[in-house]
Design a protein around this ligand. Structure first.
Ligand SMILES: Cc1cc2nc3c(=O)[nH]c(=O)nc-3n(C[C@H](O)[C@H](O)[C@H](O)COP(=O)(O)OP(=O)(O)OC[C@H]3O[C@@H](n4cnc5c(N)ncnc54)[C@H](O)[C@@H]3O)c2cc1C
Length: 346
């Protein structure tokens, strides 16, 4: 009988991360059926060894090789679990491509995910950092997350509250060795108000000559903006925004804003905090387009670190640290990386 997983020792990861940096996994386990996860953890992964679950590698920086095992989930099936004609519960396995799933949902008449079109990566990774773009976060549409919990070694179905979603954060991101997300259930309405007021979506629709857009047209507008603004990882290695927008006390934001009138300030998680634009802070420090060898900052976007060719993860990390250091020195604001750094501590 064929095993529901496949093992590869000393596996190259250079094509499995969108920075395109070289790294090797001591053991790569490709799991075809998540029902085999208890067997994998009992028989294949050395007890207590670190495990990196790898999706599309679009939110990772390999600053060194991962230790232990790397796990890749192959399941990609999507099923409509319930559909009362107004809202459907749609379940998708973790290995599915995110953008293809968004397009599938729109083609089937479901709304809600249109602003999240063209985000690279897998469905299983979407809840990890609660992906967000153009005024929408995936938590807005997550009904439940199915996850294998390493100890006690069982599958769990977690509602949104148990996932503890926050800005680019969740329990899965905070406790990366605890869970393997196996599937995500989405609650997708047939009709819902469209979000058009964020970062040029409305203007793009006007430029497309569309006055009353459909959700699919909103997704198309988002794709057009993203293709213009963000470097394509298949052309130049990158992991999207490298830094989260920093959240600071409201008083600090007010002080900074009075010193720097153009500083963009957004609502925080509550009344006592504010979110600052990391891109603006980095740009003010002169980093846009900067290059240290093959490690650089995109010329079009101060938040995006790029690999011009042969940069190592360690070189990209060193550049990121220099950027964060200069922002801290000038503005007193700490930047945190958005991607997970493997093989080094931030
Ligand atoms: C050009 C570009 C644009 C981007 N734009 C955005 C954006 O607009 N908004 C946004 O939020 N993000 C954005 N990102 C970041 C990235 O696309 C998302 O975070 C995406 O969800 C990562 O998916 P992945 O499958 O590549 O995850 P990976 O990079 O493989 O993994 C990321 C993290 O999730 C964990 N993980 C992955 N799958 C699982 C699983 N099944 N179970 C448990 N843990 C898991 C990994 O261990 C790792 O810690 C962008 C990236 C790029 C390259």
């Amino acid at each position: 009988m064929t095993k529901p997983y496949r093992l590869q020792r000393d596996a190259a990861l250079g094509t499995r991360n969108t920075f395109g940096v070289a790294a090797r996994a001591p053991l790569l386990v490709e799991v075809a059926d998540t029902a085999a996860l208890s067997e994998v953890f009992a028989d294949v992964v050395p007890a207590g060894a670190p495990v990196l679950v790898l999706g599309g590698g679009s939110n990772l920086l390999f600053a060194g090789d991962p230790e232990g095992a790397v796990l890749a989930l192959a399941g990609r099936r999507t099923t409509v679990v319930e559909d009362d004609g107004e809202v459907a519960i749609v379940r998708t396995e973790a290995g599915a491509n995110w953008h293809e799933f968004v397009l599938w949902s729109l083609a089937h008449g479901f709304t809600g995910l249109e602003n999240l079109a063209l985000i690279p990566g897998t469905v299983g990774a979407a809840p990890i950092q609660n992906i967000g773009a153009y005024g929408v976060e995936v938590r807005d549409h997550i009904h439940a997350v199915e996850a294998f919990e390493r100890a006690p070694g069982t599958l769990r179905r977690m509602d949104a509250a148990a996932c503890a979603f926050a800005y680019r954060d969740s329990v899965f991101k905070r406790e990366p060795d605890r869970f393997v997300v196996t599937a995500v259930e989405f609650a997708l309405p047939r009709q819902a108000p469209l979000k058009l007021d964020y970062a040029g979506v409305g203007d793009e629709l006007v430029a497309m000559g569309i006055a009353v857009p459909s959700p699919t047209q909103v997704a198309e507008a988002v794709c057009r903006i993203r293709r213009r603004k963000l470097p394509d990882p298949s052309v130049i290695g990158n992991a999207g925004s490298f830094f989260k927008n920093p959240i600071v006390p409201a008083a600090q934001a007010a002080e900074l804003q009075s010193a720097y009138l153009a500083l963009p300030v957004f609502r925080g998680s509550d009344e006592t905090t504010r979110k600052l634009s990391a891109a603006w802070l980095i740009d003010q420090c002169g980093w846009k387009g900067h290059r240290d060898g093959d490690a650089g900052v995109a010329a079009s976007h101060a938040l995006v670190l790029v690999n011009h060719g042969r940069a190592t993860g360690a070189e990209l990390l060193a550049l990121a640290r220099d950027i964060a250091g200069s922002v801290h020195e000038r503005f007193g604001v700490l930047l945190e990386p958005e991607p997970r750094v493997i093989g080094a501590t931030w």
